[in-house]
Design a protein around this ligand. Structure first.
Ligand code: CDP
Length: 806
C-alpha cells in the first residue's frame, strides 16, 4: 500500500453509510418546489368530488334531494348512500372489525359526517353543488360524554348493532359499548394494593387531538373500463393495505388495482386508514368513466378524519413507604366516536396500551379498557405513536409524579429507585412484554447532569420561598419524564392487520455498474427514507449511498409491505434491507472467491471489498463484483445481483429516553414559557444522527402542541368547536421552544443492525414531560393533577382554583 491509498476508514467515510449525517436527498426536490404530491396530479378529463356534510351530530336523515345540485352546470353526478348500495358500498369495514357508513345511511352520527358526494368538472363547482344538496334532518338527542355512553337511557348511537351482544372483540355490555379488553394479572395486582403502604388514584385524561398533517387526506381514482383496472393515487401511509382492502370491498381483482402514494406531506397516523373520500372517488370514477380527484379541506381534515387519543385513565399505583412501586391498576374509558375505526393490530383493540408499566419494575399490574360509542368522528389513530403507547406513557409518567409527590420524594429520585436495571434485560414486564435492551439509569443520570438538575431544584426552592413571601408572581416547574417505547409492529405472532402478518420487505437490485435500486413496502411521509435506507445499504454492501435509489409507494413495483406508522420502518424494513443486503453479499462473496481462486472462507470483508485473508493486496471490490455478477459468475450460478427479504421481526424494539423540561409560569396570566427542554434518546444504532435530530425536533414540537394547547373539543350538542387552525393549536416557529438533544446508544440485540425506531419517541416522552413541568410548578401548593392541555387560560384557572389570585 502506498501513502496515496485510502485507508479503510477513509473509504468507509466516502460511502456515507450508517452513522453519517448525510444530507437528505429528497430535499433537493422539496426545497425547489418540485415535490409531486397528490394535488399535483392532473389526469386528462379529471373530475372533482366534494361532500355535502351533516350540520347535526345525531339526526335521522328523512330525505335527500339532489335535483338542484345535479342541475348546476358542470355537475356530472351526485352519489348518496342509495347509489352506493347498488354496488354494495354504502358501508365499509374498518380496521378494528367494525363497519362504517361511507355516506349517511338513514342517520348521521357525528357533525360533518359525509352525506352526499358531488362530482363536477371543476373543484369550485363541486363545492357549490355540495351546498345545493337538500337534506331533511330530524335532530336526535346526542351524547359526546363517554362516561354517559353506557348509562341507562343514553342515546343509542349505532342502531345497526342494536341486537348484537358480541362485537369484534367479545361481549358488549351495552348498546353503546364496543369492547372490554384486559391485560395483566388482576388477582396479583389487587393483592399488591391490599398490602400497600401508600397508594394513589387519579383520573388522567389524554384529550382528543388530531394529527393535522400539513397536507390533508386526498386521492385521485382512475378506473379503466376497458382493462377493468383501477389506478388509485393517494396520501397512503400503507399503500399495499389500501390495495388489499380496496380489492376486498370493491371486488376488483387485486392485480388490477395499482396504488401509488406519491410524495406525502406528513402523515402521523392520519393517513393509515380508509376514508369515505377514497371509496366515493373510486365509485365516481367507475360511474363517470373519468378520473376523479378528492381533496379534503382543513375543516374536513380536523373534524372528520381520524382523531387520536381520547383516553380517560383511572390510574392507581401501590408502593412501599420507602418508594418502591408494587402494583399498577388502570381502568380506561376509550371514546371511539361513532364507528370503531381505530388503526390497531387486529388482536389489540386498545393497541399496545398494556406497555403502561413504562420503564419501571412493577411486580404486578392490570389494565382494563372499555371502548364506547359517542357522537364524535371515528378514528383512534396512533398520532406519532405506536398504537396507544403515547396514552400509556402519559398515564404512567403523570402517575409516577403524583406518587412521588405523595411520598415526598423528588420525581427523578423516585424514578431512579424504580427504573428497570441494566442487568434485568431482556426484561419481561408484568404485562408480558419482553423489553429487548436498555440502560435506563445511565440515561437518566446523563440527563440530570446535563441540565444541572440539582442546581435547578435549588433555584426552584428559592423561587418558591420568594413566591410564598409575596416577592414574585412567577412559578418554576421542572418536568421529568422517562419513557420506554414499543415499536416495530410487529412480530407476526402478536400483530396482523385484517389477517395479514405485520412483516415488511425490501427488494434490492444491484446493477452491473455497481449502482442500484431498493424498493420497499414502507412509505416515507417526511422521515427521509430515501436517504437512510441507502445508508444501511452503503454500510452493508460497501457501495456509496449516492449510488442507491430508494423507491417506495408503488404497489406494482414494491414488494408487499404493511407501510409506515408506529415507527416501524427502521425496526422492520430497516432490518429487511440489511437482510436483503446480506443475501447479495453472500453471493458476491462466492463470485469473489471464484475470481480470486480461493475458498469462500479464505475471504474477509473490508468496508467495500472482499480480500484474501493474510493477503490484503488481493481483493475484489463490490463494484467489480457487481460487474462480474452479470458476466463472470461461477459455473452453475444464476447471473445477476439482487435479493428480496420479507422480515418478520422476532420482537418489538424498545427505544427509550430521559427528558427534562423547565417551565416558568406567570400565575396572573397563566402564560407558560418553556425555558429549557432537554431530550436524551436511545434508539439503538443510529443510522443518520442528523435525521434523528430532525425527527426529535418535529416530535417535540408536536408534543409541545398537544401538551400546551391542542384539543378537538365538542360542545354538548356535538358541535366541533376546534375545526379550524384558528381554534386548534398548531405551533409555529414563534411559539416553539429551543430543543437540546442528546443520546445514548444501546443496540437492539435482535435487530440485524441493532437499530430501534425513533420517530414517535419525542412525542411519547415529550407530552408527559411538558405536563409534568406545569404540574410540578404548582405541586408545592398541594395541587396534584392539572389536566392537559396547558394553555394559558387553563393554567390561569388552575392558579385561580388554588386561590393564587387573592
Ligand atoms: O417508521 P418511521 O419512518 O416513521 O420511523 P423510524 O423507523 O423511527 O424512522 C424515522 C427516520 O429516522 C428514518 O429516516 C430512519 O432511517 C431514521 N432513524 C435513524 O436514522 N436511526 C435509527 N436508529 C432510527 C431511525
Amino acid at each position: 500500500m502506498n501513502d496515496m491509498t485510502p485507508t479503510s476508514a477513509e473509504r468507509a467515510e466516502k460511502l456515507e453509510g450508517m452513522g453519517c449525517r448525510r444530507k437528505r436527498v429528497e430535499d433537493i426536490r422539496f426545497v425547489q418546489g418540485k415535490g409531486n404530491y397528490v394535488d399535483d396530479i392532473k389526469l386528462p378529463g379529471m373530475l372533482y368530488g366534494d361532500f355535502t356534510r351533516s350540520p347535526h351530530a345525531h339526526a335521522r336523515v328523512k330525505k335527500i334531494d339532489t335535483a338542484k345540485a345535479a342541475a348546476l352546470p358542470g355537475v356530472v353526478a351526485v352519489l348518496t348512500a342509495e347509489t352506493l348500495k347498488t354496488v354494495n358500498l354504502a358501508w365499509m369495514p374498518t380496521l378494528a372489525g367494525d363497519v362504517q357508513m361511507v355516506l349517511a345511511d338513514g342517520k348521521v352520527l357525528f357533525q360533518n359526517q359525509e352525506v352526499a358526494f358531488v362530482i363536477a368538472n371543476d373543484r369550485y363547482v363541486a363545492a357549490d353543488a355540495a351546498d345545493l344538496v337538500e337534506v331533511e334532518y330530524e335532530a336526535l338527542p346526542c351524547n359526546v360524554d363517554p362516561f354517559k355512553a353506557m348509562t341507562e337511557g343514553a342515546p343509542m348511537i349505532r342502531e345497526d348493532l342494536k341486537d348484537k351482544t358480541e362485537g369484534a372483540h367479545g361481549k358488549r355490555k351495552h348498546y353503546n359499548h364496543i369492547f372490554n379488553w384486559q391485560a395483566g394479572n388482576k388477582t396479583e395486582t389487587d393483592a399488591a394494593f391490599a398490602k400497600a403502604d401508600v397508594t394513589i388514584k387519579e383520573l388522567i385524561h389524554y384529550p382528543r387531538v388530531h394529527p393535522c398533517p400539513l397536507e390533508t387526506c386526498q386521492c385521485v381514482a382512475s378506473f379503466d373500463k376497458i382493462k377493468g383496472e383501477l389506478t388509485l393515487y393517494g396520501t397512503f401511509q400503507a399503500p399495499h393495505v389500501i390495495r388489499t382492502v380496496g380489492s376486498l370491498i370493491s371486488k376488483i381483482p387485486e392485480h388490477k388495482i395499482h396504488v401509488i402514494a406519491p410524495d406525502i406531506g406528513g402523515g402521523f397516523g392520519n393517513k393509515v386508514g380508509a376514508y369515505s373520500g377514497y371509496i366515493c372517488a373510486i365509485v365516481a370514477s367507475i360511474v363517470t368513466g373519468k378520473p376523479v380527484k378528492w381533496v379534503e379541506d382543513r375543516i374536513e381534515n380536523l373534524s372528520t378524519t381520524a382523531f387520536a387519543r381520547d383516553f380517560h385513565m383511572l390510574t392507581e399505583i401501590a408502593a412501599t413507604k420507602d418508594g418502591k412501586v408494587t402494583g399498577l391498576r388502570c381502568y380506561t374509558i376509550a371514546d371511539h366516536g361513532a364507528f370503531d375505526a381505530c388503526a390497531n393490530a387486529t388482536k389489540w383493540p386498545a393497541g399496545l396500551f398494556s406497555i403502561i408499566t413504562g420503564s419501571y419494575d412493577f411486580p404486578a399490574a392490570h389494565c382494563s379498557v372499555d371502548g364506547v360509542y359517542t357522537n364524535k368522528a371515528p378514528g383512534g389513530v396512533a398520532y406519532r405513536c405506536s398504537f396507544r403507547v403515547t396514552e400509556a406513557a402519559y398515564c404512567i409518567e403523570r402517575a409516577m409524579d403524583i406518587m412521588a409527590q405523595k411520598l415526598g420524594l423528588d420525581p427523578a429520585e423516585f424514578r431512579m429507585k424504580n427504573l428497570i436495571r441494566r442487568e434485568q434485560f431482556p426484561y419481561t414486564s408484568a404485562m408480558g412484554w419482553q423489553y429487548d435492551s436498555g440502560d435506563y439509569h445511565v440515561a437518566l443520570t446523563k440527563a440530570m447532569e446535563s441540565v444541572g438538575y440539582k442546581q435547578l431544584r435549588a433555584e426552584q426552592k428559592q423561587k418558591q420561598d420568594a413566591f410564598r413571601r409575596g416577592e414574585m408572581r412567577e412559578l418554576m416547574g421542572i418536568g421529568v419524564a422517562f419513557f420506554t417505547e414499543i415499536v416495530g409492529a410487529g412480530p407476526s405472532r402478536a400483530c396482523d392487520i385484517l389477517g395479514i402478518a405485520m412483516f415488511d420487505s425490501a427488494e434490492i437490485r444491484i446493477h452491473p455498474t455497481g449502482t442500484g435500486i431498493c424498493r420497499l413496502g414502507t412509505k416515507s411521509q417526511g422521515q427521509g427514507h430515501e436517504t437512510t435506507y441507502a445508508q444501511i445499504i452503503a454500510t452493508e454492501l460497501g457501495l456509496p449511498a449516492d449510488n442507491i435509489t430508494v423507491e417506495e409507494g408503488n404497489t406494482d413495483t414494491a414488494p408487499y409491505g404493511l407501510g409506515t406508522y408506529g415507527s416501524r420502518s427502521t425496526p422492520v424494513s430497516g432490518a429487511a434491507t440489511a437482510m436483503a443486503c446480506r443475501k447479495i453479499k453472500a453471493k458476491a462473496q462466492m463470485i469473489a472467491a471464484y475470481m480470486l481462486e480461493v475458498h469462500d472462507d479464505d475471504l474477509e470483508w473490508d468496508v467495500d471489498r472482499f480480500r484474501v485473508k493474510g493477503n490484503p493486496e488481493r481483493f475484489k471490490t463490490m463494484t467489480e463484483l457487481a460487474w462480474a455478477a452479470y458476466h463472470e459468475v461461477p459455473p452453475g450460478m444464476e447471473p445477476g445481483l439482487e435479493a428480496i427479504n420479507y422480515y418478520d421481526p422476532p420482537n418489538f424494539t424498545y427505544p427509550f429516553g430521559a427528558y427534562i423540561c423547565v417551565a416558568d409560569i406567570d400565575v396572573d396570566t397563566g402564560e407558560t414559557k418553556i425555558r429549557r427542554f432537554y431530550a436524551l434518546d436511545d434508539c439503538g444504532t443510529r443510522i443518520n444522527p442528523m435525521i434523528i435530530e430532525g425527527q426529535i425536533h418535529g416530535g417535540l414540537t408536536e408534543a409541545f402542541g398537544i401538551a400546551m394547547g391542542q384539543e378537538i373539543h365538542y360542545d354538548e350538542d356535538g358541535n366541533v368547536t376546534t375545526a379550524s387552525l384558528m381554534d386548534y393549536f398548531l405551533p409555529t416557529a414563534v411559539e416553539t421552544p429551543h430543543w437540546e438533544t442528546d443520546w445514548t446508544t444501546t443496540p437492539s440485540p435482535h435487530h440485524p443492525i441493532g437499530a430501534k425506531g425513533v420517530g414517535e419517541s419525542p412525542n411519547v416522552g415529550g407530552v408527559p414531560c411538558f405536563s409534568n413541568a406545569v404540574n410540578d410548578a404548582f405541586a408545592f401548593l398541594g395541587s396534584t393533577n392539572i389536566a392537559m392541555p396547558h394553555d394559558h387560560w387553563r393554567t390561569w384557572t388552575a392558579a385561580e382554583k388554588l386561590g393564587l389570585h387573592g
